[in-house]
Design a protein around this ligand. Structure first.
Ligand SMILES: [Zn+2]
Ligand SMILES: [Zn+2]
Length: 273
């Protein structure tokens, strides 16, 4: 059974090209037998709202001029159009909220005003010396182990400091940029850090994403998720190009099954144990 793709970007995300479109993603999902897609567009900010904790802490926002505000009404209208056009596909609305603990007020204002089906939480940048620094820029400043440890420490703050999101996206995001010259990335090296984050996520009853754009998590890591009380996993291609919808889900499904997770209530649900 092919799971839902709960992490997809379309033309409504600022970091996609003309290779990503909502209609193209829907067509692709139908072609490859993915029963549902969630359009989780980036919800990022380049300035602090009045009550954002990051602003109150005196942090300088990320120097990434590509970040654009999400046009929520336009986006939701496009979702509605796709629902009419592709009745055979379950289409979920959503956002991927970046650094939601730091942008709590800004992100909360957007999320609170609408009924999104899927809200992902993610960490793409870490506070450092008074400003938010994106990954992979961190690798230019610290050794790779130190990058991961700083990232996980902040990820724990995200999980414990924000209840805005339901699914934790790409929990080891910096692993995507792990330098080849540093040898193989070993999850085991960071077991303690993983477990702290997974414990906090499980205690709040939330869901762990298997992100198939990132290097694939192992059965061992999903075992840590179970140990710490985790009950559900979500599959996400993190597609920024339509052809990637459902990409590598066959491998992710094998890993989830080997770790004891099974399809949930219906084919649109998370996988559970
Ligand atoms: Zn992301
Ligand atoms: Zn994403």
């Amino acid at each position: 059974m092919v799971p839902a793709d709960n992490h997809v970007h379309s033309e409504w995300s600022y970091d996609t090209t003309n290779q990503a479109s909502m209609t193209g993603a829907c067509e692709r999902a139908l072609d490859v037998g993915v029963p549902a897609v969630a359009f989780t567009e980036h919800l990022d900010f380049t300035r602090w709202g009045a009550s954002d904790p990051g602003g109150a802490a005196g942090l300088e926002p990320r120097r990434n001029t590509r970040i654009r505000p999400l046009d929520v009404p336009g986006y939701l209208a496009a979702v509605e159009e796709c629902r009419q056009r592709f009745p055979g596909l379950r289409i979920l609305s959503g956002v991927e909220a970046g650094e939601a603990h730091l942008f709590a007020a800004s992100a909360g204002a957007v999320v609170g005003g609408h009924r999104f089906d899927r809200i992902l939480g993610s960490l793409h940048a870490v506070p450092l010396r008074g400003r938010l620094v994106g990954l992979p820029a961190m690798y230019g400043m610290f050794g790779p182990d130190e990058v991961l440890r700083r990232y996980f420490a902040e990820l724990l703050r995200l999980v414990t400091g924000s209840d805005l999101f339901q699914v934790l996206a790409h929990l080891d995001f910096p692993r995507r940029y792990w330098p080849a010259s540093s040898g193989r990335y070993e999850e085991k090296e960071f077991e303690e850090e993983y477990r702290m984050v997974l414990r906090a996520l499980a205690q709040s009853g939330r869901v762990l994403e298997m992100n198939t754009k990132s290097p694939m998590v192992s059965v061992q890591l999903l075992g840590w998720w179970r140990d710490e009380g985790g009950r559900a996993v979500s599959f996400g291609s993190d597609s920024h190009q339509d052809w990637r919808i459902g990409d590598r889900f066959d491998i992710a499904v094998d890993i989830a099954e080997a770790a004891g997770f099974r399809p949930g209530r219906d084919r649109f649900d998370f996988w559970r144990r």
